[in-house]
Design a protein around this ligand. Structure first.
Ligand code: 5GP
Ligand code: MN
Length: 346
């Protein structure tokens, strides 16, 4: 299903009118921002700043160290932490709020209340399933590979891409790489490659972006990955499932930072025949869960129905407020009911 606000000529004109004079703009994205969340926010910020708007990027929580190389970060004010007052004020004063890379407002955690309260015009640009109906303008396509792709298409159809600098293009490119698994997931259409090509033509050093994203591991992180693969990977071939689980103590033992568990779930999917992979991580007040799948097995449904989550067909997140061992037990108990579907995949 597609729902581009530019499908309606008058909506497109309203959007252009909105941004035809200088506005105070806040761009926000989901908690624990990943490359697509941060990349789309900074790429859009680049253009809006060039067009004369006053722009702040306000993610609900901090972002992982492996994204600290991204250009344009000076425009970020993280809501959770020391700058909360400033961030709250930015939201309160905003005339336009862009919501990027999330579809439901509970994905911005404690910022939800501030954004709901705000009288700013809200613009949603996103590719997650089942968007909540809260925005005045919606540029949404569940089939899009990344929010960064949608930002580029939205610019093409509205404000133009001339103002996009090599720095902004680099941020968008990083989001494309992140969410397409380096251009290999099924959503990687010819148009995704076209957009990537145009971003490179804008000056993105594409090889460097890949290196910055994937080849800047701390030694501790690699040792943690070694431990994960050697000791913690559980393979259940009878269900075509693999999973990992980590206690807080294990994370501390490997000096693991938020973000270090990112990507580990994909190793489960790389086992021949595996259809669903999961990772359970004990955080301060909850168990954070990630699911990945291939083909027709929908982890967004599985997570929505069982773990208070959602996301994309083949990549979804969830949470549990039960202890880690109980959460894993619950997952294992659910597998027999999924077996037919899991085994039916090519
Ligand atoms: P991750 O496992 O990397 O946290 O999430 C996978 C994908 O699902 C990401 O695109 C993420 O934004 C999305 N996602 C994670 N948790 C949730 C959730 O609780 N609800 C929704 N709608 N999407 C989620
Ligand atoms: Mn995304």
């Amino acid at each position: 299903m597609r729902q581009y606000f530019t499908d309606e000529a008058n909506k497109k004109q309203d959007f252009l009118d909105l941004l035809s004079s200088k506005k105070k703009v806040v761009i926000t994205t989901h908690l624990n921002p990943d490359g697509d969340a941060l990349g789309s926010s900074l790429g859009l910020a680049d253009v809006l700043i060039k067009l004369g708007h006053e722009v702040a990027v306000v993610p609900p929580t901090d972002y992982p160290d492996f994204l600290r190389w991204m250009p344009l970060q000076e425009n970020i004010t993280v809501f959770e932490g020391n700058d909360r007052e400033k961030a709250t004020q930015l939201i309160a004063e905003a005339e336009v709020i862009f919501c990027l890379d999330f579809s439901v407002l509970n994905r911005i955690k404690e910022m939800e209340g501030e954004v709901r309260k705000s009288t700013a015009v809200k613009v949603l640009v996103d590719h997650h399933q089942q968007p909540e109906d809260f925005a005045d303008f919606v540029f949404w396509n569940e089939q899009a590979a990344a929010t960064c792709e949608l930002i580029y298409l939205m610019l093409e159809q509205t404000l133009g891409t001339d103002a996009l600098s090599a720095e902004g293009a680099t941020c968008l490119y990083a989001g494309l790489v992140t969410d397409t698994g380096s251009f290999r997931f099924p959503a990687t259409t010819p148009d995704v490659h076209r957009v990537a090509g145009e971003l490179i033509a804008k000056g993105v050093k594409n090889s460097l972006v890949h290196r910055k994203l994937f080849d800047t591991n701390a030694v501790d992180r690699l040792r943690f990955l070694g431990y994960a693969l050697n000791q913690k990977l559980i393979h259940l071939p009878e269900y075509r499932v693999a999973y990992f689980s980590f206690t807080k103590e294990e994370l501390e033992q490997f000096n693991s930072k938020n973000g270090d568990t990112e990507g580990i779930v994909n190793y489960g999917l790389s086992i021949a025949g595996v259809v669903m992979s999961a990772i359970f991580v004990e955080r301060e007040e909850l168990i954070k869960i990630s699911f990945r799948s291939v083909d027709n097995f929908s982890v967004s449904n599985f997570s929505r129905e069982n773990f208070d989550g959602g996301g994309h067909h083949n990549a979804a997140g969830g949470r549990s407020y039960q202890p880690l061992d109980k959460t894993v037990k619950k997952f294992l108990k659910l597998l027999p009911s999924q077996k037919a579907d899991l085994l039916a995949q090519p």
